[in-house]
Write a protein that binds this ligand. Sequence first.
Ligand code: UDP
Length: 320
Amino acid sequence: MRVLITGGAGFVGSHLSEALLEQNDEVFVLDNLSTGSIDNIVHLKAHPHFHYTIDVVENEPVLAELVDRCDVVVHLAAAVGVKLIVEQPVHTIETNVHGTEVVLKHANKKKKLVLIASTSEVYGKSTDVPFREDQDLVLGPSSKHRWAYACSKLIDEFLALAYWKERNLPVIITRLFNTVGPRQTGQYGMVVPNFVRQALAGKPITVFGDGTQTRSFTYVGDVVRAMVALINEPRAIGQVFNIGNGNEISINGLAERVKALTGSSSEIVHIPYDQAYEAGFEDMPRRVPDISKVRALIGFNPTVELDEILTRVVEHFRQL
Ligand code: UDP
């Protein structure tokens, strides 16, 4: 199989590239290195089945050529991270909506399968956990930039499903739940790399809000395994799947675990949301996936649990 990965030099994309190369697929990466990094793929550059192009997905002639050469497109290129979204809402909305638009347009010309990476953020403020793919989505007002991310990803989902319904373009949508692991950077606000870096440096571990909000962290290797299985499963076409790990932890609990695992003497401090993000910032109180749909179709079960994930992330930061 020949797979084009937009955003392939990012955290998830680089792990997906590795997984595909390991099973003898040919990988084409298209990445503009905005949040991705050449460091993530440098170890793959010499591989005979690995090719990369540094460019934006909106460069349509380049994109069209790459789509032509591949059987499948995995569209990961996006503006990610709550911090980036709050600070640069115009960039987020434009990148996420327009990028997906051009990817679907060009894939449609050749009817190439497209897997779209969406996010658990689309469940918004819903407290109806665990989240199922067919439940209602509860977003906050448009005056709060945070929800622009969920909304931009939802437009991507609607557009992809519309291409499937109206134009027969095969698409698969995956909603990722807090994917974590080595190579994720804390630069865009993500909590696990931030806490690990802070703990290793002996600096305060910064919990935003009161820390009772929960997340379910999923190992990146589990996420890419699910993606690979889905693109090989014709019954996945036209459908939306949660990909996550059902084990929930509060952010206070996460801070304690990171502190214990690193043997750090850092103190755990609480920072109000208005200081961490912006005035009136709304967080998601709980985020837990129901993964019965993806489990039933491809037998997916997460295999790496939080302590092991954190151990691998700590190891990664220690080696830098
Ligand atoms: N968070 C935190 N300290 C940090 C970064 C994030 O307490 O340094 C919190 C954040 O407010 C959220 C959770 O950790 O409640 C997960 O944040 P992240 O940005 O990793 O992902 P999100 O689930 O918000 O997309």
